[in-house]
Design a protein around this ligand. Structure first.
Ligand SMILES: NC(=O)c1ccc[n+]([C@@H]2O[C@H](COP(=O)([O-])OP(=O)(O)OC[C@H]3O[C@@H](n4cnc5c(N)ncnc54)[C@H](OP(=O)(O)O)[C@@H]3O)[C@@H](O)[C@H]2O)c1
Length: 297
């Protein structure tokens, strides 16, 4: 297949370029990847420095000149807190940009896998969210990503993921390692529950998913829920720093509160992905350990 990856310079996009190019992405599990990473795809990436997906004409021109069979739409406005003060830009990228990608894909009859987020849910759930559960975002970012989902046609496969960290780009794991190496004490909330996801594992899962018929919503995360506190403490411990650098705090006690509200519970149910023949993704602890070891090596 000819595969186009939007957001190719982002943390997921970089790993997607590797995975669709037949290479194991950094910190990825060779066991999970199995023999799925074969170099039978021709891959091209694009990002904001090439053109903005908010420009419908530029998007159409780029897609119709490359004529992909598959587009993995990973590009997004991802600054969750900043989105609260830039709602128009976030909406332009996450809703209109997605609509432009889908329209261009239709013009060349390409399949689309669009990446979305656990932040489409309000977090009031008490069991893992099913793809069919009613979204109810509580942040601008979540609202714009839901608007992006709604801009996808039925022929688009929507893959929701959560708490993504990878070897490339900026993420919380790198921030924790930097602070810990300075001996800086950190507090992390221990009452928000979700599933961490290693970008490399998600990229490999998407290679597998690309072989399936399109359509529907799927949830793809590493296996098992945790809290931000547990995640932070595992990063510090695995890297060999003092675990007591990280202490727990309740969301209500975070002062000042961050601009954007986060769901208190956004664990995603992965059974639909399993039914599609993909996964389970590795346990979050194993994937996080691999990432941390690579980052500190
Ligand atoms: N990170 C998470 O925890 C998380 C959780 C759930 C779902 N997701 C979803 O997973 C996907 C990948 O996330 P990520 O963490 O890899 O994001 P990322 O590192 O922020 O990468 C997103 C990429 O999209 C590009 N982009 C932004 N606006 C654009 C535009 N108008 N036109 C073209 N490209 C544009 C960005 O370029 P610039 O850097 O130059 O702006 C960036 O390279 C996104 O759809 C995100 O919503 C992420």
């Amino acid at each position: 297949m000819r595969v186009l990856i939007t957001g190719a310079k982002g943390q997921l996009g970089t790993d997607l370029l590797d995975a669709f190019g037949g290479r194991l992405p950094a910190a990825g599990s060779a066991v999970f990847a199995g023999d799925h990473l074969v170099s039978t795809h021709e891959v091209l990436g694009c990002d904001l420095e090439d053109f903005s997906l908010t420009d419908a004409n530029a998007t159409m021109e780029f897609v119709t000149s490359y004529r992909p069979d598959l587009i993995i739409h990973g590009a997004a406005y991802t600054a969750v807190d900043r989105a609260e003060s830039e709602p128009d830009l976030a909406m332009a990228v996450n809703r209109d940009g997605t609509a432009n990608v889908v329209a261009a894909a239709r013009a060349v009859d390409a399949k689309v896998l669009a990446i979305s987020t656990d932040y489409v849910f309000d977090g009031s759930g008490t069991r893992p969210y099913l793809p069919s559960d009613e979204p109810n975002p509580i942040s601008v970012y979540g609202s714009t990503k839901l608007a992006g989902e709604l801009a996808c046609g039925e022929e688009t496969t929507i893959v929701r993921t959560s708490w993504v960290a990878g070897f490339h780009g900026a993420n919380i794991v790198k921030t924790i390692l930097r602070l810990a190496s300075d001996g800086t004490a950190m507090t992390f909330v221990d009452d928000q529950f979700g599933c961490p996801t290693l970008a490399a594992d998600l990229a490999v899962a998407l290679v597998r998913l690309a072989e399936r018929p399109p359509g529907g919503i799927l949830h793809a995360t590493n296996f098992g829920p945790t809290t931000w506190f547990e995640l932070a403490r595992r990063v510090v411990t695995t890297a060999g720093f003092d675990p007591d650098l990280v202490t727990p705090i309740a969301t209500a006690d975070r002062l000042p509160a961050p601009p954007a509200s986060r769901p208190m519970y956004s664990v995603l149910d992965g059974d639909a992905l399993l039914a599609a023949g993909v996964g389970p993704l590795p346990k979050w602890e194993d994937s996080l350990d691999r990432l941390v070891r690579l980052l500190v090596a």
